[in-house]
Design a protein around this ligand. Sequence first.
Ligand SMILES: N[C@@H](CCC(=O)N[C@@H](CS)C(=O)NCC(=O)O)C(=O)O
Length: 212
Amino acid sequence: MRNENIPEVHEALSPNLQCDVETVDLVAGEQFSPKYLEIHPQGKVPALTDRDFTLIESRVIAAYLCNKYGAAEETLYPSDPEKRAKVDMMLYVGEWILIEIGSYLNFRNVIFDGEKTRKENLPKVYEVLKQLDNYLQNTIFVAGPNITIADFFAISSLLCLDIVDFDEYGKFPKVFEWIKQMKQFPYFKECHNSGLFKQKKIYQDALRKTSK
Ligand SMILES: N[C@@H](CCC(=O)N[C@@H](CS)C(=O)NCC(=O)O)C(=O)O
């Protein structure tokens, strides 16, 4: 069913917007190639080049795309100062979510250095979920009644927990509802699942190898 709060991609961005996506294989270390380091000096993904304009930092890139190519109604990144500040705030909160979940998953060290999931950091993950549940008490989406770019970042950070089959969302009912809502998004699977499945396999294979 069509949800009025969820704009289709072609409504949210200019319908004629074309982009070339180049994959950077992080496991193979392509992020450190001299060519890529010219674009992103820290050797991280993502990066955007828009003709002769280069940008790094995923949240900044998303905001730029909305500013430059967004549709008139600007729902994904509203221009009203208060609404935008709320979105910006939740983008920062999303970064905090990713940091705490990252400390728990310990992704890089698991796949490259034979380390394990840092279970001692799980309480911080519960804290993240509790806070997010609080933010969602009175709103459908993380920054208000409409979906915004802050939802995309928060969900992609949170669902990194699928890598370890985290299934304790029942303790955080608002987060659970919001995830359900985000999964109905028509392009959720395309944007999310294939990358996540690859990451999960790499991570789980590495853990299995370590415990042998
Ligand atoms: N704050 C940055 C974080 C970028 C980042 O850490 N990207 C990770 C992937 S999610 C990366 O490129 N890791 C490669 C590496 O550390 O070698 C952003 O949002 O763009």
